[in-house]
Ligand binder design. Structure first.
Ligand code: PEP
Length: 256
């Protein structure tokens, strides 16, 4: 069965509640419900916007999913500043980004942290979107595939295939995120194919076949078609271009 594409917007630390409501209404007003037969669509706003954004989509009876950009693996307790999985579940999050490169580089998130988050999310039936990707230095050293596949292995270490089902992997080369410099379709395809091969080694060919691998890194309406034309790219994780309804909708339409 062909994989259903997923177009996911990562709003990062953008949009107050009022702004998030305007953007989600703008998306909703320009969205055709039957697009969701052909593609899954997800937005990942900041925590405080999750409920208001969900309310907009629910009011319009539009099945656009909402997801968080991060989570902590403990259920509750003295973890000042953190948000738990039950909190995300209660709001209706069905996805959570894990190990985004900004969290790894700016906030010191390690492969072990990513693994604990993936483990806790999959047990709670929230689909992790596991972000992996190499720096310029790694790419120049010729070790991109080795590096990225090691990140995938670390993220899923010790996790059972039945639990991991529904997980998504996003290949996001660090040098392409927010820079306007996109990986060529060939570069992106090469790494996404290696990610799928790693998933096959970990969990078997059927699992790898049904698991979505996204590309992220300056995806925009001008380059989306070429990227999505690659056999191992099943959608996008998009920052900048997801902050405006017009460009996000163009990306969604490219999946149809
Ligand atoms: C991202 O933040 O995951 C991302 C890919 O950002 P941008 O699309 O802005 O490069």
């Amino acid at each position: 069965m062909p994989r259903k594409p997923l177009m996911a917007g990562n709003w990062k630390m953008n949009k107050t509640i009022a702004e998030a409501v305007v953007l989600s209404q703008d998306i909703s007003n320009n969205f055709e419900r039957d697009w969701l037969d052909a593609a899954d669509v997800l937005v990942c706003p900041p925590y405080v916007d999750l409920k208001p954004v969900k309310t907009v989509f629910e009011f319009d009876k539009l099945d656009i999913a909402i997801g968080a950009q991060n989570v902590y693996w403990e259920e509750s307790g003295a973890y000042t500043g953190e948000i738990s999985i039950p909190m995300l579940s209660e709001i209706g999050c069905t996805y959570c980004i894990v190990g985004h490169s900004e969290r790894r580089t700016l906030f010191g998130e390690t492969n072990e942290d990513v693994n604990r988050k993936v483990d806790a999310l999959t047990k709670a039936h929230i689909n992790p979107i596991v972000c992996v990707g190499e720096s310029t230095a790694v790419r120049e050293s010729g070790k991109t595939r080795e590096f990225v596949c090691a990140q995938v292995e670390a993220a899923f270490a010790g996790i059972e295939p039945e639990e991991a089902r529904g997980s998504v992997v996003a290949y996001e080369p660090l040098w392409a995120i927010g820079t306007g410099r996109t990986a060529t379709p060939e570069q992106a395809q090469e790494v996404c194919a290696s990610i799928r091969a790693t998933l096959a080694d970990l969990f078997g060919a059927d699992f790898a076949d049904e698991t979505r691998v996204l590309y992220g890194g300056s995806m925009n309406p001008g380059n989306v078609e070429m990227l999505l034309a690659q056999p191992d790219i099943d959608g996008g994780l998009v920052g900048g271009a997801s902050l405006q309804a017009t460009s996000f909708i163009q990306l969604v339409k490219a999946c149809l």
